[in-house]
Design a protein. Structure first.
Length: 186
């Protein structure tokens, strides 16, 4: 069975429109930019978070603290990924996260396990007043009772299909794609 080319769900223009809408929704939900912090989940969540931060800063005329979260050591399947997991860097804004609205930004929302791990890591860093979960693509398939607050696009896929977010810094293009092979992803 030959693998079919990925199907583009959002092209660059579509992703840019979704990110602009998401940036506005973040500001609305926070009732402005006061005490707002954006944290992207490694890998592609960081690049998306930076795009959203730039949009908010340009629109609101303020600087927004930001950082990155690597959830590797907080995964509930850490024992299954091997004895030497590759751990990336987590960076926290100098202002910290205590008593702030922290927006966790991720690329694809699926089971809820990544979001749970990110929240566990945040609690080790401090006590935010509020946490919002912001994702570019929500593919459904929850295993935990966690829902994103802000969604760029809901993508209906079969359980074995894969949703991939592409960012120029890593992939050379900006898009959301669904991988398919003979009607189902591999």
């Amino acid at each position: 069975m030959t693998e079919a080319a990925p199907v583009t769900v959002l092209d660059q223009d579509g992703v840019e429109r979704a990110l602009a809408r998401m940036a506005k929704e973040i500001v609305e939900r926070n009732e402005g930019t006061r005490n707002l912090v954006l944290l992207g989940i490694q890998r592609r969540g960081v690049e998306l978070s930076e795009r959203i931060r730039s949009l908010i800063e340009r629109e609101e005329g303020v600087e927004i603290p930001s950082g990155a979260i690597d959830i590797t050591l907080y995964r509930d399947d850490l024992a299954q990924i091997g004895p030497r997991p590759v751990v990336g860097e987590s960076t926290l804004p100098l202002e910290g996260i205590d008593d702030r609205t922290v927006v966790i930004v991720d690329d694809v929302f699926f089971t809820g396990r990544t979001a749970r791990a990110a929240m566990n890591e945040l609690m080790d860093w401090g006590r935010p007043s509020r946490i919002l979960l912001c994702v570019l693509a929500d593919r459904g398939g929850r295993e935990l009772p966690i829902q994103p607050d802000i969604v760029g696009r809901r993508v209906s896929v079969l359980p074995r299909q894969k949703v991939d977010v592409r960012v120029p810094e890593i992939d050379g293009r900006l898009a959301v794609e669904v991988s398919v092979a003979g009607g189902e992803a591999t």
